[in-house]
Design a binder for this molecule. Sequence first.
Ligand code: NAP
Ligand code: MG
Length: 502
Amino acid sequence: MAEFKLFINGEFVDAASGETFATHNPGTGEKLADVPKAGREDAVLAIEAARRAFDEGPWPKMSGKERAEKIRRIVELIGAHAAELAELEALDGGGTILKAQMADVPGAQSAFEWFARMAEERPEREDLEGSPFPASQNYLRYEPIGVCTGIIPWNFPLIMAAWKIAPAIAAGNTSVLKPASLTSLSALKLAEVIAEADLPPGVVNVLAGPGGSVGEELASNPMVDKTAFTGSTEVGRRIMQLASGTVKAVTLELGGKSANIVLDDADLDLAAGGVLFGTFFHNGQVCESGTRALVQRGIYDDFLALLVEKANSIVIGDQMDMATNLGPLVSRGQVETVERYVKLGRDEVGEPVCGGSKPDDLPEHLDREAFYRPTIFAGVDNKAKIAQEEIFGPVLCVIPFDTDAEAVAIANDSIYGLGGGVQSSNLERAEKVAAGIRTGTVWINDYHLIDPKRPFGGYKQSGIGRELGVQGYEIYRQIKHVHINPETTGRDNHFHYGVLGV
Ligand code: NAP
Ligand code: MG
């Protein structure tokens, strides 16, 4: 069994309490490792290290170009450890090894690469128009914010870790990261990889431990300047409260119940692929999943038949097998949540048109309790709880509509606004529909494609602020306005002091 440690102030250490907790492969139930269980005490040590690295260390004072060089070294090192990182990610979280190789590892690399580029390219100073009367010179300085903490969920631990650490350190901040307790291995491994890049101690710190202690400390400690959280809307509300004590900057990426709208002119085969990929990728444990398929009435029956046929062909099995399309969910507990919602769906809507149970043809070595079949409820009323609440599992609601305006209204009838899709062969029509949806990202004839070059985040209760893109870099910088009155002696340019008669 591999060993994992906390990464605090450039050193790999055990928890101060000496406590550990076990982490498992959800597919087999096999124990993977005992991980040091950080508590508040360790969180404070990490925050103090990050504070010192910011206040006294060289990192914030380095030029963007110098920081970019170090961050590009991290990109190379992730590449050198790619196989191990992918394996840990798939083993610990239950996502397929294919996803880990194709999405998780390259996704983490591309985030570090993008923010290295931001550090190089974005201005550190910007001249402004001066005022004539009194004459002045004015400019902005873009400065790091300080100590930035990140708290991440279990669905994409490696990519989420990169989304929190990379923009923070690229902009000259220091970082303390807490992965989700179900999936802490890849983030702890990433800390080892980052250590090889030889950043000054305390610039990056990674702690595994409970949200209720470590997470709360990271969101509330007065030495922290900004906290970025990805996870449920419920915990997001708590993070805002905790951060309000010292008015920290907050970025929140929260839940979703996104609509994928299939217009009657869509290529049905392509659109069915788009809806199934949009919902069932990673078992629907993706915040922007298109878990409400809005289908126009004229094509409804044909489209539903196609969806069901294709959904039934998805191969469920061992996530470490390259031929598997869907592995286990992250835990038995997550399957129980899905079962609760499927029961609710049966009461609200009726029998699902496919799925609705655990698979019964799994190989012996797998834990059936951690798997669930792709499940589709048809003819769902958007007011139903299964259409309003985030399930975070492989459950799709298919909702009929008549007009484009009605589709937009149904899509917007949600407390969330994170993702969404429009499937159509008429791009002009699709863009009109896209413009009407109140959501952070819309994919036309596609789904789930996230590139660090473009901002990602939510409207409404899906969050605050944006990650990635230029916006996701600037959100890690403070803006200082410097006003210079060039008259260093004499009073000609200071008539306004006369207001006080001084
Ligand atoms: P979660 O329960 O909100 O947990 C997320 C993280 O917050 C974990 O690291 C958790 O630690 C920590 N945490 C829990 N309680 C806390 C508290 N009181 N103070 C500070 N930290 C606390 O969510 P999850 O179950 O891991 O993930 C699923 C949810 O995340 C879904 O609702 C999904 O939509 C959302 N999500 C959103 C996005 C997005 O980009 N918008 C991306 C991925 C996931 P422990 O693991 O130790 O409990
Ligand atoms: Mg695990």
